[in-house]
Write a protein that binds this ligand. Sequence first.
Ligand code: AP5
Length: 196
Amino acid sequence: MRLLLMGPPGAGKGTQSAALAARYGIPAIATGDIFRSQVAERTPLGVTAQGYMDRGEYVPDEVTNAMVAARLGEADCARGFLLDGYPRTAEQVAELDALLAASDHALDAVVVLAVDTEELVGRLVRRAGLEGRTDDTEPVIRRRQEVYAEQTAPLIALYAARGLVREVDGTGTVVDVAARVDAALGAQSTIEASVS
Ligand code: AP5
C-alpha cells in the first residue's frame, strides 16, 4: 500500500497516520517530524530547515525532495509507505512520480482530511499551550494555512484527475475520523477528475 495523507496544518494528519500505517503494516513518514528531529539535533539540514519552519514557509524543494528520496530508499519502504505532509508542491509531486516510476510502483490512494480553517487555528493555538511548537504562534499558524491554500490545496485536483483522492471529514472525534478514513479507503475516489 502506497498512501498519501494530505490536509491543512492541524487537520489531524499526524494524529491519524501511525494507526493507519500500522493497519497496513507500512511505515508512516512525516516530513515535518523528520525536519523537527534534524532541528533538535542541530544537523546542517536542521539548520537550513528551521528558519523556513519558524516562518511557516515550506523548506525548499531540493532539500525536501532529497530527504524523501533517501527515506523511501530504505528497506522498510519496499512494501509500501504512508507519506504524511509530502508532497506539498508541484515540484514535489513530480519528484514522487519519478521515484515511483523508477521503482515501477504507483500510489494506491490519497486521503485528504477536510477541516474548517477556524477549527484548524483553534486546534493549533490549543496545542501551542501543550507542546510549545515554535510554529504554533497564531500569526505563523495563519501563514501556514495560507501557504497550504496557495501551494498544496491545488495539488488535490491533480490527484483527483488520477482517481486517487478520498476526501474525509476531519471533524469530530479522532476515533470517528479514523473510521471515516478506513471506510474511504475501501471506497472509490470521492472527487471526480476536474482537470486535464
Ligand atoms: P508539519 O509538521 O507537517 O506541520 P503541518 O502540516 O503544519 O501539520 P501539523 O503537524 O500542525 O498538523 P497535522 O495535520 O499533522 O495535525 P495533528 O495530528 O498534529 O510541517 C511543519 C513544517 O515543516 C512546515 O510548515 C514546513 O516548514 C516543513 N515541511 C514539512 N513538510 C514539508 C514539505 N513536504 N515541503 C516543504 N516543507 C515541509 O493535529 C493537530 C492538533 O489537533 C493536535 O493538537 C491534535 O491533538 C488535534 N487534533 C487532531 N485530530 C483532532 C480531532 N479530530 N478533533 C480535535 N482535535 C484534533
